[in-house]
Ligand binder design. Structure first.
Ligand SMILES: N[C@@H](CCC(=O)N[C@@H](CS)C(=O)NCC(=O)O)C(=O)O
Length: 220
């Protein structure tokens, strides 16, 4: 069975799914799409009209990165990308939640910056959340060690894909060079943790790529 992952080249959400597939040794091919464009195929596959979408050979569609990761975990339990011990599971789920919500906060900042008149109070509020989450993560990942031949978990995937995207946004031209994206110098434990994850083959194989998209046009 070969899955098709419908993805956008820079998408951190799609990257999470690709990393989980690679970590589990599941074969897949990629079909790229621009979800904001007129020609997008997303409505054919997902009522939410968002990427990523994972399509089975029989046409069954699984969508939303959080649900896809959960689906893969149930259908392909080995290697496990979540711990079984309850305390460890709840801790991993909390890291996952923070990584995913942080991505939504960044998404909100990026989109706001593409509005004709960005709201400074709105951006300030989102930036406070970024600092709050990073402060919390700095404490949470202090003792977390990433080992090459040991499985990672959904929390690792969510946090690292989110924070690595920040470093891609400015050079790719998707966001102005705003201070909040430069998290690395302020959170050394998080930086060490993210760098260890970024060196894994599943991350190296899925580095975000630029895509021709005009975000301002989607916000006017
Ligand atoms: N909660 C979703 C968010 C996915 C998402 O925002 N995808 C973007 C591409 S990176 C998209 O398809 N945006 C189009 C839209 O929201 O209409 C997930 O985790 O899969």
């Amino acid at each position: 069975m070969t899955f098709t992952l419908i993805n956008a080249r820079p998408s951190p959400f799609g990257r999470k799914v690709a990393i989980a597939l690679i970590e589990k040794g599941i074969e897949y091919k990629v079909q790229y799409d621009v979800p904001w464009g007129d020609q997008t195929c997303t409505p054919e596959y997902s009522p939410l009209e968002q990427l990523p979408i994972l399509v089975e050979e029989d046409g069954n569609c699984i969508y939303d990165s959080v649900y896809i990761l959960e689906w893969l975990e149930r259908r392909f339990p080995k290697p496990a990308l979540l711990p079984t011990d309850t305390d460890a599971l709840l801790e991993a789920k909390l890291r996952q939640l923070l990584g995913e919500r942080l991505m939504e906060v960044f998404q909100s900042i990026i989109m706001e910056n593409h509005r004709p008149e960005p709201s400074a109070p709105w951006i300030d509020r989102q930036e406070r959340k970024v600092k709050g989450v990073l402060t919390e993560l700095e404490r949470m990942v202090k003792d977390r060690v990433i080992v090459d031949d040991r499985p990672i978990d959904h929390g690792d995937i969510a946090i690292a894909t989110t924070l690595l995207l920040c470093e891609f946004l400015v050079p790719a031209g998707y966001c102005p060079d705003i201070d909040i994206l430069r998290w690395r110098g302020h959170y050394p434990n998080v930086a060490r943790y993210v760098d260890a994850l970024a060196a894994r083959p599943s991350f190296v194989a899925t580095v975000p790529q630029e895509m021709d998209v005009n975000l301002s046009a989607t916000m006017t």
